[in-house]
Design a protein around this ligand. Sequence first.
Ligand code: FAD
Length: 283
Amino acid sequence: MIGQQLRFSFEFFPPKTDAGLEKFRVVRSQLAQLKPEFFSVTYGAGGSTRDTTLSTVLETQNHSGIATAPHLSSVGDTRDSLRQLLNQYKDEGINRIVALRGDLPSGMGATGELTYASDLVKFIREETGDHFQLEVAAYPEVHPQAVSADADLKAFKLKVDAGANSAITQYFFNIEAYHYFMDMCDKAAIDIPIYPGIMPITNFTNLARFSDNCGAEIPRWIRKRLEGYGDDIESIKQFGEEVITRLVETLIDNGAPGIHFYTMNQAKPILAIWDNLSLNELA
Ligand code: FAD
């Protein structure tokens, strides 16, 4: 792993309570010491975290001095409200965005004025030119609503052709899926950097629920071990740390251009992996 310069980024969600905000500030300052290229902050589809995403992004960039990217999802939003938000971000010195379609909570029927993330990327480029560095989502294990793996790859290419600069993958534990996906992207002449998104393992119930929703497969050997630990949180965390350390190490050894960590607003699992792999030498 010597001699590579890698891009690291850390994703947060906007804290919902005062206590969550206090805890988040501590986590953020711990992770800022790792000098990531950027932080990102998620956005609730339909604008449900519109204000808290905005305030978290601005506070994070201003306090940490690290570029901070809002996630922006188009589903349930109008062109006008998106335009307003884009202008606000631009005026506040934000120059990165993670552009997504988003998922509306069940029961919210409307899809908004822009149907797919590629429409959002196109819209952002039309409205703001090259001001923003745009990240989009990629799915090594195929997006759960995709008609087929090929159709999903075509949808990914549409986002690239619309002006995305780089991509972050949905999290995965199956490294072959990422490598196969990278080969398919090569064949499709998709040449933007694609950063593996990595989810630390700290809690089996939540992980199983997320993974079912977003189509990330938990391999049987991981699921069985996690199930076997029951309420033994310490063993889950220790096993999770080992699995994710190996995954990150293999990805980097095989040429991944960097890593995006889904932090779930926790620093400890990332700090442990960071130390295990001496990643500060590569950042
Ligand atoms: P798209 O790229 O639009 O794809 C959605 C589906 O439509 C896919 O099945 C695709 O194959 C299909 N499709 C796309 N274009 C076409 C087309 N032209 N014709 C036919 N089919 C098409 N969600 C949030 O709500 N907030 C967040 O902050 C957030 N952050 C995320 C960060 C990352 C790194 C990732 C990987 C995901 C994130 N998500 C977030 C989840 C994401 O919004 C969902 O996975 C959503 O279902 C799809 O978003 P997308 O941008 O990939 O959509």
